[in-house]
Write a protein that binds this ligand. Sequence first.
Ligand code: GRF
Length: 203
Amino acid sequence: MRLAILASGRGSNLLAILEAIARGELDATVVGVFSDRRAAPALVHARNAGIRAQSLAPREFASRTDFDEHLFSLVDAVQPDLIVCAGYMRLISDPAVAARTGRMINIHPSLLPEFKGLRTHQQALDAGASVHGASVHFVTSELDGGPVITQVRVPVERGDDAATLAERVLQREHPLLVATLRELAGGRIAWIDHGVHFNGHPL
Ligand code: GRF
């Protein structure tokens, strides 16, 4: 399975994917990494692995749609089977999403549908949640609202702040994303008729 990764920052999820591929635990190839931030460490990780890495600066484009048209023309050029938003922090315009429905996933650090958007760990703490986690979902035009594919639950511990909770969740995000990609690459999870199917059955 050919993967294109969108990332805005640190790139630890990208590294987890690359390491799983290198260990032979994921039958996939990362064919390109794309960012809205030229300084994203994720781009460095990609280049170190010999992978095409490109960034575009949103401020150089007239509109979100214009930016996305250019960004996704770069993405399309590497002919991915699946686009993985792994810490991609920019809203994607509706036409760009609609053209790729079922071929784009996102990892979000909460148990969706709880705590969409930003600062999810602080949201969980503020809500007094005892269990938090992460979700992988198909991207639709609703922010963090597309069908959930997989989730991992992570306990909130006494004395947690947003940073300690984020770190505990992140350690579980990496295997969650890799396991989800393995199911998608193996064809066991698929997007059919506007929904997620597992082994041919609707989830
Ligand atoms: C992760 O917590 C991911 O769930 C969220 O942004 C963070 C990205 O981390 N969407 P990294 O760039 O993969 O290290």
